[in-house]
Structure formats: C-alpha cells, structure tokens
Write a protein that binds this ligand. Structure first.
Ligand SMILES: Cc1ncc(COP(=O)(O)O)c(C=O)c1O
Length: 384
C-alpha cells in the first residue's frame, strides 16, 4: 500500500537537499556564531547567508530578520513584545477570531490576565477578514493589529495590503502571521505595509523548531528572554545553527519555484475537489472558492464523523487532518469552522486535505477513489 501524505499544512517532509545541509552544518560548522575565532566566523557567515535569503524573499533588509524557535515563538514575541514596549500609547489590540492559537491564546492572555482590551474581529462565511471590519474596530487606544495572511484551516487569503494600509494611515503597528503563506505565495513587507511578520521553517520542507520574525526597523520589542543578546537581544540563546541553515535553503528552494509550484499544486487540489464533488453528494467546500492557498481543500462530508473518516483513511495509507492538526485529538469543534458558520456537528464532519510537493496526479486519483468509497460506506453504516 502506497502512503499518501495530504497534511502539508501541519508539517512537510524535509527536502533531501535541506537534510543534507543540516547534517553537514552539524558536523562541519559547529562553531558558536558569537565566537571570534574562525570556527565562530564561519558559523556566523552561514547564519547571515540564511538571514539574507529570507530577507530577500519578503523584501526586507537582513537586519530586520530575527531567528526564533518557530512560528509560535514569533507570534508570541510580536504580540507580547510589542504591547509591553508601547503600552503607554494605548491598551487596545485587534486580532481576528480565527487566528492560529499562537496568536489567539496570546491575545486572550493579554485580554484576560494582563489588562489589555482585545477586539476579536469575525470573518465572513468564506473565512475572509474584511479590512472594513478592522477599520471599524479601531479605537483611540489601538496600538496593534494582528491578522493572519492565510488561514491554516480553510486556506483563505486575507487582503493584508488593505489591512496594512489602514493600520499605517492610523499609525498602528500591523503584524501578520505568514506561517502558512511563506514560500507558497509572494510576500512583500513593503508593498503590504507589514510591520511584523511570523515565519516557520517546517511548513516549507525545512527542519522543525526554527522560524523567524521580521520586525520593521525602528520598532523595538520588549522580550522576556534575557541572556547573551544573540539576535540583537531580541532572542537571546545560542542559535540553532543547523536549523537556521536548513530554513535558509528551504526558503531559497521554495522561492525559486514559488509560481510554478503554486500552479501545479493548485491544479492537483482542483482535480481532487472536482473528483470528490462530482461523485459525492452532500459535501461542502469551506473557505474562499478562489482566493485560497493553492494546496488547501477543506471539505465537510455531511453526516460523516470526521474522526472516523480520518482514521479509516489512515488505515488505507492516507494522512489528512480534521480541522487543524493543533486541534486534532480534541472533541471541541474547530473555532475557525464554527466562526464561518458551521454547526459543531458539521465542523466535526470536516476534513482538511493539504497538498504539497510530494503529491502527484496518481495520488490524487487514488485518494479521491478511496474517499468516495469510504464516505459511501460510512454513510450507509449510519443509515444516511
Ligand atoms: C498559521 C500558523 N501560525 C503559527 C503556527 C505555529 O508555527 P510553529 O509550528 O512553527 O510553532 C502554525 C502551525 O501550524 C500555523 O499554521
């Protein structure tokens, strides 16, 4: 039985070329980037090379990129670091109600424990956060807006250009979580008026446990990790050099093929969608019909228990997720799916397929056939 991995938004298989440079770095480039001798200088050079690759991809300068342990730390740092530094200017922040928990739970902590006021802007039925709704939520005390570029569950792409413009005109900082979009669709922090941006390596075929935050020049974050002042004091601690080097190469590879890959994966996703929707009734597509991340397909199979479907597909070698990976294993309905109007029951009948570089047309045809048979079987068992 061939395994088919369709959960690329949870994580991606590491690119072989990336794994090779990570290994080489561990063995050959073990110096501490803070050391003055040649071992340290070599380590520093490869680190700075990775920083430059990432900066070029988002049209920032290398001095505005700081490496972190991943997207979660970048999100926490952006929100907590910013409000701690600038709370004398106001105590109100705006997020959407469908952010990843790395943003949402940080906002809730600010709201419920740290004396800030948070507005949670609701999406429309497609998962879009409207710039007009952001404008309406702004108060005199608003200091920060954090709206994700692409939603991790339904793949809807937000108009960060318009949201960034509104924030800029009002003198409010704008952070966007670009963990799902980086390396898959273009990002330009200048054109998009982005002040802070979160990135992660393991969504782009790089190693886990490494990411980065872009912080626009002039913004200072107050961090809570004190130490050797690595990463200009934004993130103390000896750097994860193999991870950083791996992230750099993963970003470079993604950047080189970004347009072609988006087209190829988008076509495969459309084919999977077509095959399933043509042959199964009572299936709903979630997220925006067109303005969606190329690899994302979120489908509600009415009357089918999502977890039963996931486990049955797993037995047949197909890896998918219910809602997001972070919420799998819990029976709570996804906060994203319920926010776009699904009932708890329908949210729990939803499967997220996320396609990536490891998939081909044969995988997609095989997956569609297995899904159609499995859904028909599960429905007939439940009498639907
Ligand atoms: C939108 C979004 N933000 C943040 C994260 C967290 O990133 P990391 O796993 O690197 O901590 C994820 C991971 O699923 C995500 O999808």
């Amino acid at each position: 039985m061939k395994s088919i991995y369709l959960d690329h938004s949870a994580t991606t298989p590491v690119d072989k070329r990336v794994a090779d440079v990570v290994r080489d770095c561990m063995l050959d480039n073990f110096g501490n980037p803070s050391s003055i001798h040649s071992f340290g200088r070599e380590a520093r050079d490869v680190k700075e090379n990775a920083r430059k690759i990432i900066a070029d991809m988002i049209n920032s300068s290398p001095e505005e990129i700081y490496f972190t342990s991943g997207g979660t730390e970048a999100d926490n740092l952006a929100l907590l670091g910013y409000v701690r530094k600038y709370d004398d200017r106001g105590k109100h922040i705006i997020v959407s109600s469908i952010e990843h928990p790395a943003v949402l739970r940080t906002a809730m902590e600010l709201d419920e424990e740290l004396g800030f006021n948070v507005t949670y802007v609701e999406p429309d039925e497609f998962g879009t956060i409207h710039p007009g709704a952001i404008a309406e939520a702004i108060t005199d005390g608003t200091i920060l807006i954090s709206i994700m570029h692409v939603n991790n569950e339904v793949g809807t792409i937000n108009d960060v250009v318009a949201i960034g413009k509104i924030a800029r005109e009002k003198g409010i900082a704008f952070h966007t979580d670009a963990v799902q979009s980086f390396g898959k669709i273009p990002i330009d922090v200048e054109a998009m008026n982005i002040d802070m941006l979160s990135l992660s390596s393991h969504k782009i075929y790089g190693p886990k446990g490494v990411g980065a935050i872009y912080i626009r020049k002039g913004i200072e974050l107050q961090t809570r990790v004190f130490g050797g002042k690595q990463e200009s004091g934004v993130r103390s601690g000896t750097e994860n050099l193999p991870g950083i080097v791996g992230m750099g190469l993963a970003a470079q590879i993604s950047g080189e093929i970004i347009d072609q890959e988006a087209r190829d994966i988008g076509n495969l996703r459309d084919e999977l969608s077509r095959l399933i929707l043509d042959q199964l009734s009572n299936v709903k597509l979630n997220g925006h019909p067109t303005n969606r991340l190329p690899g994302n397909l979120s489908l509600t199979f009415y009357g089918v228990e999502g977890e039963a479907l996931l486990l049955t597909l797993d037995l047949q070698g197909i890896g998918v997720s219910t809602g997001s990976a972070c919420s799998s294993g819990k029976s709570d309905a996804s906060h994203v799916l319920t926010a776009i109007g699904l009932s708890d029951e329908d949210a729990n009948s939803t499967i997220r397929f996320t396609l990536g570089r490891s998939n081909n047309l044969e995988d997609i045809q095989q997956t569609a056939e297995i899904i159609i048979n499995t859904v028909n079987r599960l429905r007939s068992m439940s009498g639907d």
